[in-house]
Design a protein around this ligand. Structure first.
Ligand SMILES: C[S@@+](CC[C@H](N)C(=O)[O-])C[C@H]1O[C@@H](n2cnc3c(N)ncnc32)[C@H](O)[C@@H]1O
Length: 209
């Protein structure tokens, strides 16, 4: 049975913050935040979920737009942002394949652990490039290729991670000429219902428009 991604995240939204701590930790966020140069005017957090990255981005930028197709994840993000006293975030229900922004409008775009849930990543990456300002930067983090097919049914994964060359190829196809894709130094960790462990490497892709 094909897992419905939005249905899955609506179901787990209330406990996602706890689940996420088992999958990947705050050290990944710290590494991603290091990619911010200066004080960007507008950062977009694609697939913002419950705000793991969004809230910290907002402390380092003029404004943040968090987009996610899953309403209940964003409801949690709104609660988390308000508890953190952060009020420069707009949350909009939308997907990576159709970002509700004008072309050339964002200084930076982040997408953490989103791409493996996206049906057509090349479409999403083209859309990211459209929305970035010339000179703007994409920071995309996700898992490298693995073979744990239970992740499709148990975690709504559409892709079992990605080969780094595939990511490079898609970034090139999206029109990026300046990019770098490498291992982050961290691995994710998930355990199946039957106790099988998946610990794929986490990569970071950085691209400048
Ligand atoms: C694994 S969670 C990661 C959430 C958050 N980025 C974090 O680091 O905790 C994946 C998120 O991507 C969202 N998502 C799924 N498909 C998407 C799409 N096509 N475009 C944007 N976000 C999507 C889900 O609703 C979910 O909130």
């Amino acid at each position: 049975m094909k897992m419905d991604v939005v249905g899955y995240f609506n179901k787990v939204a209330y406990k996602w913050d706890r689940m996420r701590k088992g999958y990947f930790g705050d050290e990944l966020r710290e590494l991603l935040l290091q990619e911010i140069d200066g004080f960007p005017g507008l950062i977009v957090d694609i697939g913002c979920g419950t705000g793991f990255l969004t809230i910290e981005l907002a402390r380092n930028a003029g404004w943040v737009l968090g987009i996610d197709p899953t309403e209940k994840m964003m409801n949690e993000a709104k609660k988390n942002a308000s508890a953190a006293g952060v009020n420069n975030i707009t949350f909009i229900k939308a997907a990576m394949e159709e970002i509700p922004l004008l072309s050339d409008s964002a200084d930076m775009i982040f997408a953490n652990m989103v791409l493996h849930h996206v049906g057509k990543p090349p479409t999403g990456l083209r859309e990211v490039r459209r929305v970035l300002k010339p000179g703007g930067k994409l920071v995309l983090s996700d898992v490298e290729e693995h073979h744990k097919s239970w992740a499709r049914d148990e975690m709504a994964d559409v892709w079992l991670g990605f080969g780094l060359d595939t990511i490079r190829e898609w970034l090139g196809e999206a029109g990026f000429t300046e990019y770098e894709v490498s291992y982050s130094g961290f691995n994710a960790r998930a355990v199946s219902r039957s106790g099988d462990i998946c610990e794929p490497a986490i990569f970071i892709a950085k691209a400048i428009k």
